[in-house]
Design a protein. Structure first.
Length: 495
Protein backbone atom coordinates (compact mmCIF):
# COMPACT_ATOMS: atom_id res chain seq x y z
CA UNK A 1 0.00 0.00 0.00
CA UNK A 2 1.58 3.24 -1.16
CA UNK A 3 1.78 6.01 1.45
CA UNK A 4 1.11 9.47 0.00
CA UNK A 5 2.31 12.46 1.97
CA UNK A 6 2.57 16.22 1.54
CA UNK A 7 5.10 18.47 -0.22
CA UNK A 8 6.16 21.25 2.13
CA UNK A 9 9.24 23.44 2.05
CA UNK A 10 10.64 21.77 -1.05
CA UNK A 11 10.47 18.16 0.13
CA UNK A 12 8.13 15.25 0.71
CA UNK A 13 6.66 15.10 4.20
CA UNK A 14 5.04 11.89 5.39
CA UNK A 15 2.62 13.55 7.79
CA UNK A 16 2.09 12.98 11.47
CA UNK A 17 2.21 9.37 12.59
CA UNK A 18 -1.20 9.81 14.17
CA UNK A 19 -2.67 11.60 11.15
CA UNK A 20 -5.97 10.53 9.69
CA UNK A 21 -5.66 8.89 6.30
CA UNK A 22 -7.93 8.33 3.30
CA UNK A 23 -7.89 5.53 0.74
CA UNK A 24 -6.86 6.09 -2.87
CA UNK A 25 -8.32 3.69 -5.45
CA UNK A 26 -7.72 2.51 -8.96
CA UNK A 27 -11.33 3.06 -10.05
CA UNK A 28 -10.97 0.88 -13.13
CA UNK A 29 -10.26 -2.16 -10.99
CA UNK A 30 -12.01 -1.20 -7.80
CA UNK A 31 -8.96 -1.83 -5.62
CA UNK A 32 -7.19 0.42 -3.15
CA UNK A 33 -3.70 1.37 -4.29
CA UNK A 34 -2.64 3.96 -1.75
CA UNK A 35 -3.34 5.87 1.40
CA UNK A 36 -3.06 9.64 1.60
CA UNK A 37 -2.31 11.55 4.79
CA UNK A 38 -4.91 14.15 5.79
CA UNK A 39 -3.29 17.24 7.23
CA UNK A 40 -4.20 18.49 10.67
CA UNK A 41 -4.70 22.21 11.36
CA UNK A 42 -1.21 22.36 12.87
CA UNK A 43 0.33 20.91 9.70
CA UNK A 44 -1.62 23.41 7.61
CA UNK A 45 -0.32 26.18 9.87
CA UNK A 46 3.28 25.04 9.33
CA UNK A 47 2.85 24.98 5.56
CA UNK A 48 1.24 28.42 5.47
CA UNK A 49 4.03 29.94 7.56
CA UNK A 50 6.66 28.47 5.26
CA UNK A 51 4.79 29.82 2.22
CA UNK A 52 4.49 33.27 3.80
CA UNK A 53 8.21 33.41 4.53
CA UNK A 54 9.07 32.34 0.98
CA UNK A 55 6.60 34.81 -0.54
CA UNK A 56 8.19 37.76 1.23
CA UNK A 57 11.33 37.32 -0.87
CA UNK A 58 9.74 35.87 -4.01
CA UNK A 59 7.36 38.82 -4.34
CA UNK A 60 10.27 41.19 -4.88
CA UNK A 61 12.14 38.96 -7.32
CA UNK A 62 12.79 40.36 -10.82
CA UNK A 63 10.09 39.73 -13.38
CA UNK A 64 12.54 38.25 -15.86
CA UNK A 65 13.55 35.64 -13.26
CA UNK A 66 9.93 34.65 -12.72
CA UNK A 67 9.40 34.44 -16.46
CA UNK A 68 12.53 32.30 -16.88
CA UNK A 69 11.38 29.84 -14.23
CA UNK A 70 7.93 29.69 -15.80
CA UNK A 71 9.49 28.77 -19.12
CA UNK A 72 11.51 26.05 -17.38
CA UNK A 73 8.37 24.72 -15.68
CA UNK A 74 6.60 24.71 -19.01
CA UNK A 75 9.36 22.59 -20.56
CA UNK A 76 9.39 20.15 -17.64
CA UNK A 77 5.62 19.67 -17.69
CA UNK A 78 5.76 19.14 -21.44
CA UNK A 79 8.52 16.54 -21.01
CA UNK A 80 6.50 14.72 -18.34
CA UNK A 81 3.04 15.02 -19.88
CA UNK A 82 2.77 11.26 -20.44
CA UNK A 83 3.74 10.53 -16.85
CA UNK A 84 1.26 13.08 -15.53
CA UNK A 85 -1.48 11.64 -17.73
CA UNK A 86 -0.75 8.10 -16.56
CA UNK A 87 -1.00 9.19 -12.92
CA UNK A 88 -4.34 10.87 -13.61
CA UNK A 89 -5.69 7.77 -15.34
CA UNK A 90 -4.54 5.48 -12.53
CA UNK A 91 -6.31 7.47 -9.78
CA UNK A 92 -9.17 9.26 -11.57
CA UNK A 93 -9.97 6.68 -14.24
CA UNK A 94 -10.33 8.88 -17.33
CA UNK A 95 -8.78 7.60 -20.53
CA UNK A 96 -5.16 8.37 -21.31
CA UNK A 97 -6.10 10.52 -24.29
CA UNK A 98 -8.48 12.52 -22.11
CA UNK A 99 -5.82 12.89 -19.42
CA UNK A 100 -3.28 14.07 -21.99
CA UNK A 101 -5.77 16.66 -23.16
CA UNK A 102 -6.14 17.86 -19.57
CA UNK A 103 -2.38 18.28 -19.23
CA UNK A 104 -2.24 20.18 -22.52
CA UNK A 105 -4.94 22.64 -21.46
CA UNK A 106 -3.18 23.20 -18.13
CA UNK A 107 0.06 23.78 -19.97
CA UNK A 108 -1.64 26.58 -21.91
CA UNK A 109 -2.02 28.47 -18.64
CA UNK A 110 1.67 28.06 -17.82
CA UNK A 111 2.52 29.43 -21.25
CA UNK A 112 0.26 32.43 -20.63
CA UNK A 113 2.02 33.09 -17.31
CA UNK A 114 5.41 33.05 -19.05
CA UNK A 115 4.51 36.54 -20.26
CA UNK A 116 4.45 37.94 -16.74
CA UNK A 117 6.68 40.97 -17.53
CA UNK A 118 4.03 42.15 -19.96
CA UNK A 119 1.10 41.07 -17.77
CA UNK A 120 2.31 43.09 -14.77
CA UNK A 121 2.96 46.34 -16.58
CA UNK A 122 1.49 49.19 -14.57
CA UNK A 123 0.14 52.58 -15.64
CA UNK A 124 1.60 56.07 -15.56
CA UNK A 125 0.00 59.49 -15.88
CA UNK A 126 2.19 62.58 -16.14
CA UNK A 127 1.24 66.07 -14.99
CA UNK A 128 -2.15 65.26 -13.49
CA UNK A 129 -1.59 68.60 -11.76
CA UNK A 130 1.27 71.03 -11.77
CA UNK A 131 4.41 68.97 -11.08
CA UNK A 132 2.42 65.89 -9.98
CA UNK A 133 2.56 62.43 -11.56
CA UNK A 134 0.54 59.29 -10.73
CA UNK A 135 1.53 55.70 -11.38
CA UNK A 136 -0.01 52.33 -10.54
CA UNK A 137 2.00 49.20 -9.77
CA UNK A 138 0.71 45.65 -9.22
CA UNK A 139 1.82 43.88 -6.05
CA UNK A 140 1.31 40.21 -5.15
CA UNK A 141 -1.41 39.54 -2.59
CA UNK A 142 0.83 37.27 -0.46
CA UNK A 143 -0.15 33.64 0.15
CA UNK A 144 -2.75 32.01 -2.09
CA UNK A 145 -4.52 28.76 -1.20
CA UNK A 146 -5.80 26.68 -4.11
CA UNK A 147 -8.50 24.11 -3.35
CA UNK A 148 -9.07 21.90 -6.37
CA UNK A 149 -11.47 19.10 -7.42
CA UNK A 150 -10.85 15.46 -8.29
CA UNK A 151 -11.99 15.63 -11.90
CA UNK A 152 -9.01 17.66 -13.22
CA UNK A 153 -6.07 16.97 -10.87
CA UNK A 154 -3.54 18.60 -13.24
CA UNK A 155 -5.40 21.22 -15.25
CA UNK A 156 -7.21 23.05 -12.46
CA UNK A 157 -4.13 23.38 -10.20
CA UNK A 158 -2.28 24.81 -13.22
CA UNK A 159 -5.12 27.27 -13.75
CA UNK A 160 -4.23 28.68 -10.36
CA UNK A 161 -0.58 28.13 -9.60
CA UNK A 162 0.82 29.47 -12.89
CA UNK A 163 -0.57 32.97 -12.47
CA UNK A 164 -0.26 32.94 -8.68
CA UNK A 165 3.46 32.17 -8.80
CA UNK A 166 4.16 34.43 -11.77
CA UNK A 167 2.52 37.33 -9.94
CA UNK A 168 4.90 36.84 -6.99
CA UNK A 169 2.76 34.93 -4.50
CA UNK A 170 3.31 31.87 -2.40
CA UNK A 171 0.95 29.08 -3.46
CA UNK A 172 -0.42 26.35 -1.22
CA UNK A 173 -2.36 23.63 -3.02
CA UNK A 174 -5.00 21.47 -1.31
CA UNK A 175 -5.91 18.94 -4.02
CA UNK A 176 -8.73 16.42 -3.88
CA UNK A 177 -7.81 13.52 -1.63
CA UNK A 178 -9.28 10.99 -4.10
CA UNK A 179 -6.49 11.49 -6.68
CA UNK A 180 -3.62 13.32 -4.96
CA UNK A 181 -0.48 12.05 -6.67
CA UNK A 182 -0.35 14.30 -9.75
CA UNK A 183 -0.04 17.34 -7.48
CA UNK A 184 3.14 15.96 -5.95
CA UNK A 185 4.73 15.54 -9.37
CA UNK A 186 3.80 19.13 -10.24
CA UNK A 187 5.49 20.29 -7.03
CA UNK A 188 8.61 18.29 -7.82
CA UNK A 189 8.75 19.75 -11.32
CA UNK A 190 8.41 23.28 -9.91
CA UNK A 191 11.36 22.63 -7.63
CA UNK A 192 13.41 21.26 -10.53
CA UNK A 193 12.54 24.39 -12.52
CA UNK A 194 14.22 26.45 -9.79
CA UNK A 195 11.32 27.90 -7.84
CA UNK A 196 12.32 28.62 -4.22
CA UNK A 197 11.60 25.98 -1.60
CA UNK A 198 8.31 26.69 0.13
CA UNK A 199 6.88 28.93 -2.57
CA UNK A 200 4.72 26.03 -3.83
CA UNK A 201 3.56 23.43 -1.33
CA UNK A 202 0.97 20.65 -1.44
CA UNK A 203 -1.07 19.78 1.63
CA UNK A 204 -3.56 16.93 1.38
CA UNK A 205 -6.69 16.91 3.46
CA UNK A 206 -10.43 17.06 3.73
CA UNK A 207 -12.84 19.60 5.20
CA UNK A 208 -10.64 20.02 8.28
CA UNK A 209 -7.70 21.22 6.17
CA UNK A 210 -9.96 23.41 4.03
CA UNK A 211 -11.41 25.17 7.04
CA UNK A 212 -7.94 25.66 8.49
CA UNK A 213 -6.90 27.42 5.28
CA UNK A 214 -10.05 29.54 5.19
CA UNK A 215 -9.50 30.84 8.70
CA UNK A 216 -5.69 31.16 8.70
CA UNK A 217 -4.63 34.80 9.17
CA UNK A 218 -1.65 34.43 6.81
CA UNK A 219 -3.68 33.16 3.84
CA UNK A 220 -4.53 36.23 1.79
CA UNK A 221 -6.52 34.76 -1.11
CA UNK A 222 -8.36 31.53 -1.88
CA UNK A 223 -9.09 29.98 -5.28
CA UNK A 224 -11.63 27.16 -5.34
CA UNK A 225 -13.25 24.90 -7.93
CA UNK A 226 -15.83 22.31 -6.88
CA UNK A 227 -19.49 21.81 -6.10
CA UNK A 228 -21.84 24.73 -5.47
CA UNK A 229 -22.56 23.95 -1.79
CA UNK A 230 -18.85 23.83 -1.00
CA UNK A 231 -18.14 26.88 -3.19
CA UNK A 232 -20.70 28.84 -1.19
CA UNK A 233 -19.10 27.70 2.08
CA UNK A 234 -15.62 28.59 0.87
CA UNK A 235 -16.72 32.02 -0.31
CA UNK A 236 -18.71 32.91 2.79
CA UNK A 237 -16.12 31.57 5.24
CA UNK A 238 -13.12 33.01 3.44
CA UNK A 239 -14.58 36.47 3.00
CA UNK A 240 -15.76 36.48 6.59
CA UNK A 241 -12.10 36.07 7.54
CA UNK A 242 -11.08 38.98 5.33
CA UNK A 243 -9.75 37.02 2.37
CA UNK A 244 -10.05 37.60 -1.35
CA UNK A 245 -12.00 34.59 -2.69
CA UNK A 246 -12.86 33.22 -6.12
CA UNK A 247 -15.08 30.14 -5.84
CA UNK A 248 -16.34 28.29 -8.90
CA UNK A 249 -19.25 25.96 -8.25
CA UNK A 250 -21.33 23.37 -10.04
CA UNK A 251 -23.20 23.33 -13.31
CA UNK A 252 -26.17 22.08 -15.26
CA UNK A 253 -25.05 22.77 -18.80
CA UNK A 254 -27.66 22.84 -21.55
CA UNK A 255 -27.19 22.24 -25.25
CA UNK A 256 -29.99 23.83 -27.28
CA UNK A 257 -30.60 22.26 -30.69
CA UNK A 258 -32.76 24.20 -33.16
CA UNK A 259 -34.73 22.51 -35.96
CA UNK A 260 -32.32 23.82 -38.61
CA UNK A 261 -29.23 22.30 -36.97
CA UNK A 262 -27.15 19.55 -38.53
CA UNK A 263 -28.58 16.64 -36.54
CA UNK A 264 -25.62 14.33 -37.07
CA UNK A 265 -23.17 17.00 -35.89
CA UNK A 266 -25.40 17.82 -32.91
CA UNK A 267 -25.72 14.14 -31.94
CA UNK A 268 -21.97 13.63 -32.18
CA UNK A 269 -21.42 16.70 -30.02
CA UNK A 270 -24.01 15.62 -27.44
CA UNK A 271 -22.46 12.17 -27.04
CA UNK A 272 -18.94 13.58 -26.83
CA UNK A 273 -19.79 16.34 -24.35
CA UNK A 274 -22.14 14.29 -22.16
CA UNK A 275 -20.13 11.09 -21.82
CA UNK A 276 -16.53 12.23 -22.10
CA UNK A 277 -14.67 11.58 -18.84
CA UNK A 278 -17.80 9.68 -17.73
CA UNK A 279 -19.60 13.00 -17.35
CA UNK A 280 -17.30 14.08 -14.52
CA UNK A 281 -16.68 17.55 -15.96
CA UNK A 282 -18.12 20.83 -14.78
CA UNK A 283 -18.47 21.74 -18.47
CA UNK A 284 -20.17 18.48 -19.48
CA UNK A 285 -23.47 18.74 -21.33
CA UNK A 286 -26.09 17.15 -19.08
CA UNK A 287 -29.27 18.48 -20.75
CA UNK A 288 -30.13 18.63 -24.44
CA UNK A 289 -32.95 21.06 -25.18
CA UNK A 290 -34.62 19.81 -28.35
CA UNK A 291 -36.64 22.55 -30.03
CA UNK A 292 -39.75 21.65 -32.00
CA UNK A 293 -39.57 19.06 -34.75
CA UNK A 294 -35.93 18.09 -34.19
CA UNK A 295 -36.65 16.14 -30.98
CA UNK A 296 -37.49 12.65 -32.25
CA UNK A 297 -34.76 12.61 -34.87
CA UNK A 298 -32.16 13.91 -32.41
CA UNK A 299 -33.02 11.44 -29.65
CA UNK A 300 -32.84 8.56 -32.13
CA UNK A 301 -29.48 9.79 -33.42
CA UNK A 302 -27.99 10.05 -29.93
CA UNK A 303 -29.33 6.63 -28.92
CA UNK A 304 -27.89 5.06 -32.06
CA UNK A 305 -24.40 6.30 -31.17
CA UNK A 306 -24.31 5.11 -27.54
CA UNK A 307 -23.59 1.41 -28.31
CA UNK A 308 -20.41 2.53 -30.06
CA UNK A 309 -19.02 4.13 -26.88
CA UNK A 310 -16.45 1.65 -25.55
CA UNK A 311 -16.46 1.63 -21.75
CA UNK A 312 -13.32 0.24 -20.13
CA UNK A 313 -10.13 0.95 -18.18
CA UNK A 314 -8.59 4.25 -19.15
CA UNK A 315 -5.20 2.70 -19.87
CA UNK A 316 -6.63 0.39 -22.57
CA UNK A 317 -6.29 1.99 -26.02
CA UNK A 318 -9.78 0.94 -27.14
CA UNK A 319 -11.53 2.59 -24.20
CA UNK A 320 -13.49 5.77 -24.88
CA UNK A 321 -14.98 6.23 -21.41
CA UNK A 322 -13.52 5.12 -18.10
CA UNK A 323 -15.08 4.49 -14.69
CA UNK A 324 -16.48 6.88 -12.11
CA UNK A 325 -14.26 8.01 -9.26
CA UNK A 326 -15.76 5.90 -6.43
CA UNK A 327 -18.17 3.04 -5.83
CA UNK A 328 -20.43 5.39 -3.86
CA UNK A 329 -20.62 7.86 -6.71
CA UNK A 330 -21.51 5.06 -9.12
CA UNK A 331 -24.46 4.08 -6.94
CA UNK A 332 -25.55 7.70 -6.71
CA UNK A 333 -25.53 8.10 -10.50
CA UNK A 334 -27.50 4.91 -11.06
CA UNK A 335 -30.03 6.07 -8.49
CA UNK A 336 -30.88 9.09 -10.64
CA UNK A 337 -31.53 6.88 -13.65
CA UNK A 338 -33.79 4.56 -11.67
CA UNK A 339 -35.69 7.48 -10.19
CA UNK A 340 -36.27 9.10 -13.58
CA UNK A 341 -38.80 6.47 -14.60
CA UNK A 342 -40.71 6.97 -11.37
CA UNK A 343 -40.86 10.70 -12.06
CA UNK A 344 -42.36 10.19 -15.52
CA UNK A 345 -39.32 10.45 -17.79
CA UNK A 346 -38.52 7.93 -20.52
CA UNK A 347 -35.25 6.00 -20.02
CA UNK A 348 -34.16 5.39 -23.61
CA UNK A 349 -30.77 3.87 -22.68
CA UNK A 350 -29.96 2.58 -19.19
CA UNK A 351 -26.29 2.74 -18.25
CA UNK A 352 -26.60 0.03 -15.62
CA UNK A 353 -25.88 -2.58 -18.26
CA UNK A 354 -22.08 -2.67 -17.74
CA UNK A 355 -22.12 -3.35 -14.01
CA UNK A 356 -20.91 -6.94 -14.40
CA UNK A 357 -17.29 -5.80 -14.88
CA UNK A 358 -14.83 -4.95 -12.13
CA UNK A 359 -14.28 -1.36 -11.11
CA UNK A 360 -16.58 1.60 -10.72
CA UNK A 361 -18.04 1.51 -14.21
CA UNK A 362 -21.42 2.67 -15.41
CA UNK A 363 -22.59 2.95 -18.99
CA UNK A 364 -24.08 5.88 -20.85
CA UNK A 365 -27.69 6.74 -19.97
CA UNK A 366 -30.08 8.72 -22.14
CA UNK A 367 -33.32 9.96 -20.63
CA UNK A 368 -36.02 11.57 -22.77
CA UNK A 369 -38.98 13.78 -21.81
CA UNK A 370 -37.20 15.24 -18.80
CA UNK A 371 -38.78 18.27 -17.15
CA UNK A 372 -37.77 20.79 -14.50
CA UNK A 373 -38.75 19.51 -11.07
CA UNK A 374 -37.40 16.04 -11.77
CA UNK A 375 -34.24 15.19 -9.84
CA UNK A 376 -32.50 14.15 -13.05
CA UNK A 377 -32.97 17.73 -14.31
CA UNK A 378 -32.58 19.74 -11.13
CA UNK A 379 -29.45 18.14 -9.66
CA UNK A 380 -25.87 18.12 -10.87
CA UNK A 381 -25.43 14.37 -11.36
CA UNK A 382 -21.78 14.49 -12.46
CA UNK A 383 -21.99 11.24 -14.36
CA UNK A 384 -22.73 9.90 -17.85
CA UNK A 385 -26.43 10.75 -17.78
CA UNK A 386 -27.89 12.90 -20.56
CA UNK A 387 -31.42 14.25 -20.22
CA UNK A 388 -33.53 15.58 -23.09
CA UNK A 389 -36.05 18.36 -22.52
CA UNK A 390 -38.49 19.03 -25.35
CA UNK A 391 -39.67 22.59 -25.91
CA UNK A 392 -41.78 24.19 -28.64
CA UNK A 393 -39.74 27.25 -29.56
CA UNK A 394 -36.45 29.13 -29.38
CA UNK A 395 -37.99 31.48 -26.79
CA UNK A 396 -38.98 28.51 -24.63
CA UNK A 397 -35.46 27.13 -24.82
CA UNK A 398 -33.91 30.46 -23.88
CA UNK A 399 -36.31 30.85 -20.96
CA UNK A 400 -35.50 27.33 -19.73
CA UNK A 401 -31.76 27.98 -19.72
CA UNK A 402 -32.11 31.38 -18.08
CA UNK A 403 -34.39 30.08 -15.34
CA UNK A 404 -31.92 27.41 -14.26
CA UNK A 405 -30.04 28.34 -11.08
CA UNK A 406 -26.72 27.39 -12.64
CA UNK A 407 -24.99 29.46 -15.29
CA UNK A 408 -21.69 27.80 -16.08
CA UNK A 409 -21.74 26.75 -19.74
CA UNK A 410 -24.27 26.49 -22.56
CA UNK A 411 -24.22 25.54 -26.24
CA UNK A 412 -26.45 26.33 -29.20
CA UNK A 413 -26.52 24.26 -32.39
CA UNK A 414 -27.99 26.04 -35.38
CA UNK A 415 -27.28 27.27 -38.91
CA UNK A 416 -29.09 30.56 -38.21
CA UNK A 417 -26.64 33.38 -37.51
CA UNK A 418 -29.38 35.71 -36.31
CA UNK A 419 -30.62 33.17 -33.77
CA UNK A 420 -27.04 32.56 -32.63
CA UNK A 421 -26.39 36.26 -32.18
CA UNK A 422 -29.58 36.73 -30.17
CA UNK A 423 -28.79 33.68 -28.04
CA UNK A 424 -25.29 34.95 -27.31
CA UNK A 425 -26.68 38.31 -26.26
CA UNK A 426 -29.66 37.17 -24.15
CA UNK A 427 -28.55 33.94 -22.48
CA UNK A 428 -27.54 34.38 -18.82
CA UNK A 429 -24.60 31.99 -18.74
CA UNK A 430 -20.91 32.74 -18.36
CA UNK A 431 -19.46 30.58 -21.17
CA UNK A 432 -21.32 30.15 -24.45
CA UNK A 433 -20.63 27.81 -27.35
CA UNK A 434 -22.11 28.31 -30.82
CA UNK A 435 -21.91 24.90 -32.50
CA UNK A 436 -19.21 24.14 -29.89
CA UNK A 437 -20.43 21.78 -27.15
CA UNK A 438 -17.76 22.42 -24.49
CA UNK A 439 -16.88 26.13 -24.65
CA UNK A 440 -13.89 26.16 -22.28
CA UNK A 441 -12.04 29.43 -22.93
CA UNK A 442 -8.44 29.49 -24.08
CA UNK A 443 -5.82 30.51 -21.52
CA UNK A 444 -5.67 34.18 -22.55
CA UNK A 445 -9.36 34.63 -21.78
CA UNK A 446 -10.88 33.68 -18.41
CA UNK A 447 -13.00 30.79 -17.14
CA UNK A 448 -16.07 31.45 -15.02
CA UNK A 449 -19.80 30.92 -14.86
CA UNK A 450 -22.69 33.02 -13.61
CA UNK A 451 -25.38 32.60 -10.96
CA UNK A 452 -24.84 29.62 -8.63
CA UNK A 453 -21.85 28.50 -10.68
CA UNK A 454 -19.59 31.24 -9.32
CA UNK A 455 -19.22 33.11 -6.05
CA UNK A 456 -17.22 36.31 -5.98
CA UNK A 457 -16.31 38.75 -8.73
CA UNK A 458 -13.35 36.97 -10.32
CA UNK A 459 -13.23 34.37 -13.02
CA UNK A 460 -10.20 32.10 -13.02
CA UNK A 461 -6.95 32.10 -15.05
CA UNK A 462 -6.18 34.46 -17.93
CA UNK A 463 -6.32 38.24 -17.42
CA UNK A 464 -8.79 37.99 -14.53
CA UNK A 465 -6.44 35.54 -12.82
CA UNK A 466 -3.65 38.13 -12.96
CA UNK A 467 -6.05 40.70 -11.54
CA UNK A 468 -7.10 38.35 -8.73
CA UNK A 469 -3.55 37.45 -7.69
CA UNK A 470 -2.35 41.06 -7.57
CA UNK A 471 -3.44 44.25 -5.83
CA UNK A 472 -2.86 47.72 -7.22
CA UNK A 473 -0.83 50.36 -5.43
CA UNK A 474 -1.35 53.91 -6.70
CA UNK A 475 1.50 56.34 -6.08
CA UNK A 476 1.04 60.11 -6.39
CA UNK A 477 4.35 61.97 -6.45
CA UNK A 478 5.69 65.50 -6.77
CA UNK A 479 9.24 66.78 -6.93
CA UNK A 480 8.67 70.50 -6.46
CA UNK A 481 11.02 73.41 -6.54
CA UNK A 482 11.71 74.08 -2.83
CA UNK A 483 11.23 77.77 -3.48
CA UNK A 484 7.59 77.18 -4.41
CA UNK A 485 6.68 75.29 -1.21
CA UNK A 486 3.78 76.74 0.78
CA UNK A 487 1.18 75.71 3.38
CA UNK A 488 -2.23 75.00 1.81
CA UNK A 489 -4.99 73.48 3.97
CA UNK A 490 -7.44 73.16 1.07
CA UNK A 491 -8.39 69.83 -0.52
CA UNK A 492 -5.92 69.11 -3.38
CA UNK A 493 -7.40 69.97 -6.77
CA UNK A 494 -6.04 68.77 -10.08
CA UNK A 495 -5.14 72.11 -11.59
Amino acid sequence: MRAIGHWIGGRLVEGDAAARRAPVFDPARGVQTGEVALASPSEVDDAVKIAAAAAAEWGSSPLNRRSTLMFRLRELIDAHRDELAAIVTSEHGKTLDDAKGEVARGLDCVEFACGVPQLLKGEYSCEVANGIDVHTVLHPVGVVAGITPFNFPVMVPLWMLANALACGNGFLLKPAEKDPSASLLLAELAQRAGFPDGIFSVVHGDAEAVNALLSHPDVDAVSFVGSTPVARHVYETGTRHGKRVQALGGAKNHMVVLPDADVDAAADAAVSAAYGSAGERCMAISVVVAVGSVADTLVDAIAARIPDVVVGPGDEPASMMGPLITREHRERVLGYVARATEEGADVVVDGATVLEREGFFVGCSLIDRVEPGMAVYDDEIFGPVLGVVRVASFDDALALVNSNPYGNGVALFTRDGGAARRFEREVRVGMVGINVPIPVPVAWHSFGGWKASRFGDASIYGPEGVHFYTQPKVVTSRWPDPASSAIDLGFPANR
